[in-house]
Design a binder for this molecule. Structure first.
Ligand SMILES: NC(=O)c1ccc[n+]([C@@H]2O[C@H](COP(=O)([O-])OP(=O)(O)OC[C@H]3O[C@@H](n4cnc5c(N)ncnc54)[C@H](OP(=O)(O)O)[C@@H]3O)[C@@H](O)[C@H]2O)c1
Length: 320
């Protein structure tokens, strides 16, 4: 094993960043063995350096450019979220010759072309396995399907809406189920991103972009809010042995791809119907590989850290 450690810097040390920090503290031998060389978590940039965190022993700074300008850091992991300042910071990382790993579905979905072009010009890697379905290696899976003609992609890509749907099956209204989701830590104070379908649309747009090899913008995904779901619809579905789930669907027609996210009926016994929380399900129908299914934990710090570290390890292996 090469003795020189490859440096990793974090932008963000919240739910996901802290889980990455703990993984470096807990399992560095495993990570180094997988990478074929030592990896070192050098530092993390945060908004408030005084905040207490459970993130291993990583040094923190309030200056994101201290991470970007650190010559010891070769791989920048962006786990801030949103487009500002994440977009500028990722572009600045490429300009400084860093590889970038991000969990940021909004950024990747909206800025697909610019980010890929920046990576190409810098001759560095852009990886985002964690941006879709967290620990489920669906981005890697889709990258391996370049030769197929996709027909239909169906996904359960947002755990908050799955949780709300499953609570509505117990007789709760949408508002009551949403309040429960917030109390359980599934939904954020502003639940718009989840219940109005932006989050699922970003992830669906990324998956379609991967399959089509070109940018499919999330604005092209038709969104129906889960707020429109009623207890009567949930009961009606149950009487037919079905359940309501917040589905992401892409139909790859001959001429144009149609993509939508919204509440739809699924068979109660299907993987989607059985999911009650952060479990994600992705099903792909294509010509050469008729029916492929991925399923597993699609949210949470540790599950997302697993995907991020998988990307970091692959970059390190390629850079040996
Ligand atoms: N949570 C999940 O289950 C999950 C799953 C898959 C993907 N993701 C994605 O992962 C990303 C991070 O999510 P998260 O849940 O970890 O978010 P989070 O808990 O809100 O953490 C965000 C972190 O970014 C830091 N930050 C904010 N603005 C900053 C700035 N200008 N400069 C430096 N640091 C800044 C915050 O600092 P302070 O701590 O000082 O406030 C915080 O540490 C998002 O793109 C999200 O969509 C999350």
């Amino acid at each position: 094993m090469s003795a020189k450690p490859l440096g990793v810097g974090l932008l963000g040390l919240g739910t996901v960043g802290s889980a990455v920090g703990r993984a470096f503290a807990d399992r560095s031998r495993r990570i180094d063995a997988a990478a074929g060389r030592p990896l070192k978590l050098v530092a993390a940039a945060v908004r408030d350096p005084k905040r207490a965190r459970e993130a291993g022993e990583v040094p923190v700074t309030a200056d994101a450019f201290a991470i970007l300008d650190d010559p010891e850091i070769a791989i920048v992991v962006e786990v801030i979220g949103g487009t500002r300042p994440a977009h500028d910071l990722v572009l600045a990382a490429f300009e400084r010759g860093k590889h970038v790993v991000t969990a940021n579905k909004e950024l990747v979905a909206k800025e697909w072309n610019g980010l890929h072009e920046a990576a190409r010009l810098a001759r560095r890697e852009l990886r985002f396995e964690a941006a879709v379905a967290a620990a489920v290696p669906v981005v890697a899976g889709f990258r391996g399907l370049g030769a197929v003609r996709p027909r239909v992609l169906r996904g359960l890509l947002n755990g908050t809406t799955t949780y709300i749907c499953s609570r509505m099956e117990t007789g709760k209204s949408f508002d009551e189920a949403l309040a429960e989701a917030m109390a359980a830590g599934y939904a954020e104070a502003d639940p718009t991103n989840d219940v109005d379908g932006h989050d699922a649309a970003y992830k669906l747009a990324i998956l379609v972009s991967l399959l089509e090899g070109r940018h499919f913008h999330p604005d092209n995904v038709r969104r129906t809010s889960l707020r429109s779901a009623t207890a009567a619809e949930v009961d009606g579905a149950a009487s037919r042995g079905r359940k309501i789930r917040y589905l992401a669907v892409a139909d790859f027609g001959e001429k144009a791809t149609k993509a939508r996210v919204g509440p739809e009926e699924v068979a109660a016994g299907s993987l989607e119907g059985q999911a009650t929380g952060p479990t994600n399900v992705v099903t792909l129908e294509s010509d050469l590989a008729p029916h492929l299914v991925w399923s597993g934990p699609g949210a949470g710090g540790d599950a997302t850290a697993s995907a991020i570290l998988g990307d970091v390890i692959q970059i390190a292996r390629a850079a040996r």
